[in-house]
Ligand binder design. Structure first.
Ligand code: PEP
Ligand code: MN
Length: 299
């Protein structure tokens, strides 16, 4: 038995999001941007929207460096009730301004099913955070939402559970879903989470949905973000979501893992070599899948 048939046993029941032998890949379209269509799409911006100046400066800097989508949390799922909880609707309005100023599309988190309609008025992509991956009432409401969904893997969720959550959204009518590996909890404490890099080729083998990586929340420290981004490019991810801040040491959330503008620009420049290499490999094997099947066969 090769790995693909082994995996298909685990995943094929999530039939709306699973990939069978002859299913093509899904492309999620956001205006002119195609996620999962071959281009490596970078979403970048602050963890939290803090002010107009902070957001607009960041939006301009990430757009100039090649990002296509601006991230920024307005509704923030903070582990501590004493931490900044987000600007809410004021943050959404600032995201709308940043879109008008730069042309970047917007991805922002929605935490509750009662906020879906509100967030959908401002967002181009609706983010489901790690802590909400199994908020089934939210997932059902997002199934009825006309916007694409960025579904982040729960920090203790298996890949089958991630697929199950994607299936819930799809069953309720919305199959425009992007999966996101953002690191999982393990015994390791040197990083905030453990980036499960294998999740990318596994998900791309068993699912037709695009898969992106969040190196920021995986690393927890900014010096590791570029190298994890390179790893994501090398294993075939369709893009990244990265935290960037004008002055990370003053950020209201996740400053330790946020890149200042110059480091983000350098990361983007250095990524190109990995993307070129990947393109060359693609000529031989477009999805890495046959390698995986062969590897499984040998086990
Ligand atoms: C975020 O994107 O800022 C965030 C809270 O991410 P996660 O849900 O992956 O922790
Ligand atoms: Mn964050």
């Amino acid at each position: 038995m090769n790995l693909r048939s082994q995996w298909n046993g685990q995943f094929s029941r999530y039939d709306l999001v699973a990939r069978t032998c002859d299913t093509g890949r899904s492309v999620v379209r956001v205006g002119e941007i195609e996620i999962g269509g071959g281009e490596f799409v970078v979403m970048a911006g602050p963890c939290s929207v803090e002010s107009e100046r902070q957001l607009l400066r960041t939006a301009e800097a990430v757009a100039e460096a090649g990002a296509r989508i601006l991230r920024g949390g307005a509704f923030k799922p903070r582990s501590s009730p004493y931490s900044f909880q987000g600007l809410g609707i004021e943050g959404l309005k600032l995201l709308r301004k940043a879109r008008a100023a730069t042309g970047l599309a917007i991805v922002t988190e929605v935490m509750s099913e009662s906020d879906v309609d509100l967030v959908a008025e401002y967002a181009d992509i609706m983010q489901v955070g790690s802590r909400s991956m199994e908020n089934f009432a939210l997932l059902e409401a997002l199934g009825r939402c006309p916007r694409p969904i960025l579904l982040k893997r729960g920090m203790t969720a298996t890949l089958a559970e991630l697929m199950q959550s994607a299936q819930v959204i799809a069953m309720n009518g919305n199959a425009n879903i992007i999966l996101c590996e953002r690191g999982i909890r393990t015994f390791e404490t040197a990083t905030r989470n453990t980036l499960d890099i294998a999740a990318v080729p596994v998900l791309k083998t068993v699912s037709h949905l695009p898969v992106i990586v969040d190196p920021s929340h995986a690393a927890g420290v900014r010096c590791l973000v570029p190298v994890l981004a390179q790893a994501a490019a090398a294993v075939g991810a369709d893009g990244l979501i990265v935290e960037v801040h004008p002055c990370p040491d003053e950020a209201w959330s996740d400053g330790e893992q946020s890149l200042p503008f110059d480091e983000f620009r350098k990361m983007m420049e250095e990524l190109q070599a990995y993307l070129d290499f990947r393109e060359k490999m693609r000529e031989k094997d477009s999805t890495l899948r046959p390698h995986l099947v062969n590897a499984g066969g040998a086990r």
